[in-house]
Design a protein around this ligand. Structure first.
Ligand SMILES: [Zn+2]
Length: 403
């Protein structure tokens, strides 16, 4: 275990009973996903995921070269089961039995988390004020204390509603079947302070093989479990995190730490993470900002025109793989990544640590994205080895092993 990594968490993960109950509906979902996948492989348009090297525009996850219609991603939380169902288990079922076994052997079917949260009253007078990013004060502090109690937030409550608090609210909402918008309004607060509030222990196990692309977008309420701040797991000696507080899935971050350690041991250093987890809301914000700019610069345009232009350079919310917490943009500070020794080492070795280079030139007609030398995706070591050995992309892997 590299020095830079903190002690690895136990691999034994609890599987909420509700997740098992959901397996019936998951099986039904497989048929739909398989059909989508088969259809996708034939018809995927080539689009751009990142319009340029992330050293210049780390958040501009770009998309299609041709204008596309606004995807109909209308979140309807009422149709979801109270927890878990919104997490999109489709890809998990495409794992062949032999591949899935290695994972299942490690699972302990333990009872549901026993620490039942106790109800507390909402510490605000009526009508309840909606708490949101940028606010501060006693109400925010109480909110944070409750989020800490329920394990959505670590540290101490400082009364300032920043990004970490917003992420915690989003995750709480997703797990509790609420619209995951990061706004702590009356409904969210009433569930949060109730005895039936579900803690972060109820987050479903992450599906490392989840497929995200334009044909298979993620829902607004898809929030990955087990997110960690990268800087809290990996040493700054090993890798620079360009934007403080950037999060990703814990297993993926730990694997990335091993990858960087091996690279450094081989004399390849100066690694940087330009981007990792992005919320649906952050991606939507990028879209909204771009639409506003287009409308400002082109007063005669309709909103539809501005949206079409936007989708040439910004991924519609839900279609960015970064929402899974399993994708990373790896760069070298101040240098264009393609062609560097770091890029070559990464492409030659990342599969040994469970990563694939997700978008290659060769597979762009299948992935629908043009090549991105810097974008890697965690899929787990076994899948990464198979994908690399067979020279497949993720879509091909899922189709070949899942049908
Ligand atoms: Zn990326």
């Amino acid at each position: 275990m590299p020095q830079a990594l903190k002690k690895k968490r136990s691999k034994k993960q609890r599987v909420p009973v509700v997740q098992l109950l959901l397996s019936g509906s998951i099986l039904l979902g497989v048929v739909g996903v398989s059909v989508l996948l088969a259809n996708f492989v034939q018809t995927a348009p080539v689009v751009v995921e990142d319009i340029q090297q992330p050293t210049a525009e780390p958040f501009a996850e770009a998309l299609p070269l041709t204008p596309v219609p606004n995807p109909t991603l209308t979140p309807t939380p009422a149709i979801y089961a109270p927890f878990g169902a919104q997490y999109g288990f489709g890809g998990e079922d495409l794992i062949p039995v032999s591949t899935a076994l290695a994972e299942e052997e490690e699972i302990i079917f333990s009872p549901l988390p026993t620490s039942t949260p106790t109800a507390t009253s909402i510490p605000t007078s009526t009508p309840v004020k909606t708490l949101k990013s940028g606010m501060d004060g006693a109400d925010v502090k109480s909110l944070q204390e409750r989020l800490i109690e329920l394990k959505y937030l670590d540290g101490t409550a400082d009364g300032i509603f920043g990004k970490q608090t917003e992420d915690a609210v989003i995750m709480f909402q997703a797990i509790n079947g609420l619209t995951a918008d990061g706004l702590a309004g009356a409904k969210t607060l009433s569930v949060l302070y109730s005895a039936s509030a579900l803690s972060a222990d109820f987050a479903p196990k992450t599906d490392f093989l989840i497929l995200v692309n334009r044909q298979v977008p993620l829902d607004q309420n898809y929030v990955p479990s087990d997110l960690v701040e990268i800087e809290k797991v990996l040493s700054s000696d090993l890798v620079k995190v360009k934007y403080k507080g950037t999060k990703a899935n814990r297993s993926a971050v730990e694997a990335l730490g091993q990858l960087f350690q091996a690279a450094v041991n081989s004399g390849i250093s100066k690694w940087q993470i330009s981007s990792a987890y992005r919320t649906y809301k952050e991606q939507q914000k990028l879209v909204d900002n771009s639409v506003s700019t287009y409308l400002k610069n082109n007063p005669d345009w309709s909103k539809k025109q501005a949206l079409s232009a936007t989708y040439n350079t910004v991924a519609p919310a839900g279609t960015s793989e970064h929402q899974t917490g399993l994708a990373f943009d790896i760069t070298v500070p101040g240098v264009s990544f393609t062609g560097t020794e770091q890029q070559k080492w990464l492409h030659a070795h990342c599969h040994e640590y469970g990563f694939i280079v997700r978008y290659t030139k060769e597979k762009q007609s299948i992935t629908g994205f043009i090549a991105e030398s810097w974008h890697i995706r965690y899929v787990g070591i076994e899948a990464a080895q198979i994908i690399t050995k067979n020279n497949w992309c993720l879509e091909e892997y899922l189709q070949n092993v899942g049908m």
